[in-house]
Design a protein around this ligand. Structure first.
Ligand SMILES: CC(C)(COP(=O)(O)OP(=O)(O)OC[C@H]1O[C@@H](n2cnc3c(N)ncnc32)[C@H](O)[C@@H]1OP(=O)(O)O)[C@@H](O)C(=O)NCCC(=O)NCCS
Length: 188
């Protein structure tokens, strides 16, 4: 079993595993249509659906085997303001996939970037990942810009590669290698 030393502390955040006590905070953003607007298969959640989601995330505190998702809550004095996750996609290729969801009330301040940076630092510097990638809908500008701020390169635009809300959608793929992570210029 491999996990970060919790809490991971950044300048403005503490990152730690999700607990059932986070239900109110998580539901506050999972219930919003604007939060799930560009997320495949996601609809605004009911409180009961958020409870199931929080219970599932609460078990995602470590990587035990390939395929596992490591999920951390981003916490400020206001409570849990977002979630960042790293899915261990390949043990052989030392590759993971990054995901993130933040409450819009706390957007636009670089907090998601700060949280994702800390999780990537764990993945590359502690775990020894070789590559991290992320995917988003081509119209999810906030997600694409976030990955750009993290130093991820846009590697692909898969044109009309999937069905999204009844129409064909382009998917963007971003990635960063360990070597690029070590030499990146953090956003000022
Ligand atoms: C994706 C998501 C997490 C991005 O949130 P965000 O608030 O834009 O990201 P950050 O917290 O890093 O803030 C960055 C913004 O704040 C600005 N900012 C202000 N201070 C900053 C700082 N100190 N550091 C970095 N950025 C800062 C940036 O310029 C940027 O704004 P811009 O994108 O308009 O240029 C958010 O939009 C979200 O949760 N979306 C819904 C879920 C989703 O779609 N997830 C991705 C699925 S693929």
């Amino acid at each position: 079993m491999i996990q970060p030393s919790y809490p991971i502390r950044t300048a403005r955040l503490a990152l730690r595993p999700v607990t059932i006590d986070d239900l109110d905070d998580v539901y506050a953003f999972q219930r919003r249509p604007d939060v799930v607007r560009w997320v495949l298969g996601a609809e605004p959640r009911t409180r009961e659906q958020s409870r199931a989601s929080v219970l599932a995330m609460a078990g995602e505190d470590a990587w035990r085997a390939e395929g596992d998702c490591l999920t951390v809550a981003a916490v400020t004095d206001a409570g849990v303001i977002g979630i960042v996750e790293l899915v261990w996609r390949s043990q052989l290729d030392r590759t993971a996939e990054l995901g993130f969801v933040f409450h819009p009330d706390h957007g636009g301040r670089g907090l998601a970037t700060e949280a994702a940076t800390a999780l990537l630092a764990w993945g590359f510097d502690e775990f020894g990942l070789h590559r991290v990638y992320g995917r988003c809908h081509c119209r999810n500008g906030a997600s694409a810009r976030l990955m750009g701020r993290l130093g991820m390169r846009q590697e692909a635009r898969h044109v009309e590669s999937y069905r999204f809300k009844g129409e064909w959608a382009d998917q963007l793929v971003f990635a960063i290698l360990a070597q690029e992570w070590q030499t990146r210029t953090p956003p000022s």
